[in-house]
Design a protein around this ligand. Sequence first.
Ligand SMILES: Cc1cc2nc3c(=O)[nH]c(=O)nc-3n(C[C@H](O)[C@H](O)[C@H](O)COP(=O)(O)O)c2cc1C
Length: 160
Amino acid sequence: MNDLMDLLKERRSIREFKDKKVSKEDVRKILEAGRWAPSSFNSQPWNFIVIRDWKKEVGESGSWSSPVSRSDFSIAIVSDEENELNAVNAGIAGQNIVLEAWSLGVGSCWIRGFDENKVKKILSVPSDKHVVALIAFGYPDENPSSSRKRLEKLVHWSDW
Ligand SMILES: Cc1cc2nc3c(=O)[nH]c(=O)nc-3n(C[C@H](O)[C@H](O)[C@H](O)COP(=O)(O)O)c2cc1C
């Protein structure tokens, strides 16, 4: 269990990547982690698009999406019907993906700062689907730090 806590605490959002390819085998493992995420009613309401050819276009689609352009590859998490439950489901799949990547030494960064209509067009996503998030991947070329609020500020024992 301690290993999991170490992974959770040591993972950082990585926005600068080395010019080194992630193997196909590791990309598959990363996707497999998404496949095994839990979902409401086991609906698995997601598709994953592996982006290699359109990194530049997608990365330039929003003000916070530039890590996609610099990534080795990126993944678009696409959900079925757009609703709150599916946003939660997609978030869990994405977290599985990000943690598996980190365990393989692959850095990543969640991206919400993109223009969904532009990205749907670039990636030919059907109009009834929703791009919940992008995640950029690659071997880390930076070592950023981060912080969290203190537990005592977040936790309410028994009631608010
Ligand atoms: C839902 C979500 C959306 C995010 N969107 C962006 C984004 O558009 N661009 C970006 O550079 N980072 C984005 N991030 C990364 C956050 O800035 C980062 O997780 C946060 O600052 C904490 O840093 P850490 O992940 O290194 O601990 C996003 C993270 C999450 C979970």
